[in-house]
Each structure stands twice: as structure tokens, then as C-alpha cells.
Write a protein that binds this ligand. Structure first.
Ligand code: DC
Length: 248
């Protein structure tokens, strides 16, 4: 018989998740640099859900197009990219050191390469192509088939998972978003100018919301959250309450 005393119970003050057995799909859409991926990662970790960064998939295709010289600032060979789509295999592999799944292109970890301003400057043009979209949407739907998924992007609530139980739409002012993206890039050691980052944010807003195929729109049943003046923690608490309400 063990003579160890039972451990004293400490009170867990973290907000409880309602009905943890029920698994739902959470779609988080919104403009670029609204902090979608930060909150989505945090939420997935908290709920024990899978996180899928759909923007990383569009970035991975862009990276492939750049590597193969299908796109640069003067030309874009759309036919060449489309004819190579079947050679592009994107996967997510959980890295326990960083606490989230990193993106791989044909077995090469490209998590850092896809976050540069250069990739950002081409990605909206790649994301406009219907063949690219339909290929990636199919893969995204497969990744979220079993529910228990948090996916962020532009068309998750409107196209990828129109039946998602919870749809969020994040917004913030362009200046606010540019500052966040600028701080991130500088922290990584990239040499960029705030004005260039702001210009890129505005250009991507325009292209993302005006493209013909699945433009960035707030799904009718999505809940809009303007996080311009919110801390990450405040936003997380609001979202957690919405999750709990949905799980009830
Ligand atoms: O979220 P992000 O900034 O990493 O996304 C990169 C680009 O990919 C963005 O400019 C628009 C596009 N995108 C999209 O069209 N649809 C998605 N579901 C996700 C991203």
C-alpha cells in the first residue's frame, strides 16, 4: 500500500470548455494581418483541435511558383502554374518546439520562407486563380472532415465550410494591421519599410475582396470582431465565450 498522501487539489481557474465531447468546426476569416492565425492557433491548442492555416497553403503555392520562375514582378505564367498543380503537395507537420503545425511543400519545411514580404506581394495574384482555389479548397475540406478544427483564411465560412457551427470575421484598421505585420517582420530580422507594408496590406485587401472567385466577404451568419483596440487576451476571452455558447 502506498503511504503517499493524495496531492492537494488546486483550483483550475482557466475558463472551462463546455461539452468537450462535442466537436465543432470554427471558421475564422478576415482581412490580412488581423491576427487570425494567432487567435486560431491559441484556440485550437486550448480546445485540443486541429489548426489549419489556409493562407499558408496559398503562400506555399506562391513559393512554388516563385521557385519555378512562373511568377516575378514583371510576369506571371498562369498556365505553367496550373499545369504543375498536381506536383504541389502541401502538408502540415506538428512541431512540438514551436507548438503548432508547420507547412511543408513536397516534404520541405517552408514555414519561414513563405512569410516574407516578397511572397506576400505575389500571393493575392496566385489566390485569384480558380484552379488553385478549387485544388486547395478540396484539401482544406479533407483536413476538416472529422470536425474539431479551427481554420483561418478568407473564404472558410463562405466557401470551405459553409456549415461551420461558429464563424468569426476579424477586422482592424489597415494602419493597425500594417503596424502589426511590420513589427513581426522587423522582429524576424527582415529589412522593410512601414509604408511598403501598409501598401501591401491595402493592395491585398483590394485584390482579396474584388477577385471573381470566392472574394473575401463576411458570411451572413459570421460574427464580426473589430480588434483594433483589443488586447490579444481580451479578444481570446470574447471568442472563448462564443465557442462555449456554441457548444452548449
Ligand atoms: O492569411 P494570409 O495573409 O497568410 O493569406 C495569404 C493570402 O492568401 C491572402 O492575401 C489571400 C489568400 N487567401 C485566400 O485567398 N483564401 C484563403 N482561405 C486564405 C488566404
Amino acid at each position: 500500500m502506498s503511504n503517499h498522501l493524495p496531492r492537494p487539489k488546486t483550483e483550475d481557474r482557466r475558463p472551462k470548455t463546455q461539452n468537450p465531447m462535442k466537436k465543432i468546426t470554427i471558421a475564422i476569416d478576415g482581412f490580412s494581418s488581423t491576427g487570425k492565425s494567432t487567435v486560431a492557433k491559441h484556440l485550437a491548442k486550448h480546445l485540443g483541435y486541429t489548426y489549419v492555416d489556409s493562407g499558408a497553403m496559398y503562400r506555399a503555392v506562391t513559393w512554388y511558383a516563385m521557385k519555378h520562375h512562373f511568377i516575378d514582378k514583371d510576369h506571371f505564367d498562369i498556365d505553367a502554374l496550373v499545369s504543375h498543380l498536381d506536383d504541389i503537395h502541401i502538408s502540415f507537420v506538428f512541431n512540438k518546439d514551436v507548438g503548432f503545425a508547420e507547412v511543408y511543400l513536397n516534404d520541405e519545411n517552408i514555414e519561414n520562407q513563405i512569410r516574407t514580404l516578397e511572397v506576400s506581394s505575389f500571393v493575392s495574384r496566385v489566390a485569384e486563380i480558380s484552379e488553385v482555389r478549387s485544388q486547395l479548397v478540396k484539401q482544406q475540406q479533407k483536413l476538416g472532415k472529422g470536425k474539431g478544427v479551427v481554420m483561418d483564411g478568407r473564404d472558410i465560412g463562405s466557401v470551405v465550410f459553409p456549415d461551420a457551427e461558429l464563424k468569426l470575421f476579424l477586422t482592424a484598421s489597415p494602419e493597425n494591421r500594417a503596424q502589426r505585420r511590420y513589427d513581426e517582420l522587423i522582429k524576424k530580422g527582415d529589412i522593410v519599410l512601414y509604408d511598403d507594408v501598409l501598401k501591401n496590406v491595402q493592395e491585398r485587401d483590394y485584390i482579396d475582396s474584388h477577385r471573381e472567385d470566392s472574394p473575401l466577404v463576411k458570411a451572413e451568419d459570421a460574427i464580426e470582431i473589430d480588434n483594433s483596440d483589443m488586447t490579444k487576451d481580451e479578444q481570446f476571452q470574447i471568442i472563448l465565450e462564443l465557442v462555449n455558447k456554441t457548444l452548449k
